[in-house]
Design a protein around this ligand. Structure first.
Ligand SMILES: C[S@@+](CC[C@H](N)C(=O)[O-])C[C@H]1O[C@@H](n2cnc3c(N)ncnc32)[C@H](O)[C@@H]1O
Length: 245
């Protein structure tokens, strides 16, 4: 039997051009493409003429297929000898269930390859001129979730910059956790929504007023929440684009 293979591909944060060269090449060759809502639809035009394209629709809280069904589908298509591209938003292994898919494929003897992508955690701040580190000034950052299952306590480790994904709907608890860990309420922060797309926007503030601003400017997922003095660089670097609200 011809053996199939699954490529777990990071689609990048939003702008389709931010996929890697390798990711795009594997996508072009795929017989089947399974993609999430967060992966840019613009990438689908690179699919082969008769490729089967399936939206599995995973985004915050909205799943068209359950994880088990996705695992089974990947397995089934690869067993049929097909080359499968599993296209996931950002990096496929950051706050994603990509690892569950990989473990399932591994357990069932299916060949796979992981193709990393640019995570929104890094792309969103940078797309508004906010660096992630600066020599001698900001040397540590943490990427965190703003929402945990069963309402488990959130994390706010001691480091220069905190970057939260999935924080919009739980912003009050996120702020409470950060302030509770000893940060000043005046610490600068920003929400970056739909980064690297034509609909991207940034809302800046401090820990005292950001929850109110999220409501006022109706910030919606997908958005990245960045906390720390480093946020101030955005304005210096990107001036006009960095129109703070
Ligand atoms: C389930 S996580 C997936 C993260 C993805 N694997 C990555 O590396 O970017 C979904 C969260 O990623 C963030 N996100 C993804 N794409 C984004 C974008 N274009 N702009 C801002 N945030 C984004 C949001 O915090 C969203 O709630």
């Amino acid at each position: 039997m011809k053996k199939g293979k699954v490529y777990i591909i990071g689609a990048g944060p939003g702008d389709w051009q931010l996929i890697t060269v390798k990711g795009l090449e594997k996508l072009r060759n795929a017989d089947v493409i399974l993609y999430d809502f967060l992966a840019s639809k613009d990438l689908l035009r690179f699919a082969k003429k008769y490729a089967e394209i399936i939206c599995v629709g995973k985004a915050d809280g909205l799943h068209l297929l359950e994880q088990e069904e996705i695992n089974n589908l990947l397995f089934k298509k690869a067993r049929e000898g097909k080359v499968v591209a599993r296209l996931k938003g950002g990096d496929p292994l950051i706050f994603s269930r990509g690892i569950e898919e990989i473990l399932y494929l591994k357990k069932n003897g299916i060949r796979f390859e992981i193709i990393p992508g640019i995570t929104s955690a890094f792309a969103a701040p940078q797309s508004f001129g906010i660096p992630l580190t600066r020599k001698g000034k900001f040397s540590s950052l943490a990427v965190l979730t703003g929402r945990k299952s069963s309402n488990a306590p959130l994390d706010a480790p001691e480091c220069d910059t905190l970057i939260y994904l999935m924080a919009v709907s739980n912003i009050k608890n996120v702020v409470k956790t950060i302030v509770g860990s000893g940060r000043s309420r005046l610490t600068p922060c920003a929400f970056i929504e739909r980064a690297t797309t034509s609909r991207e926007k940034i809302i800046t503030g401090n820990l005292k007023n950001i929850a109110e601003k999220v409501k006022k400017y109706s910030v919606k997922p997908p958005a990245v929440f960045v906390v720390g003095e480093i946020v101030r660089y955005g304005k210096k670097i990107y001036g006009d684009k960095f129109k703070t609200k």
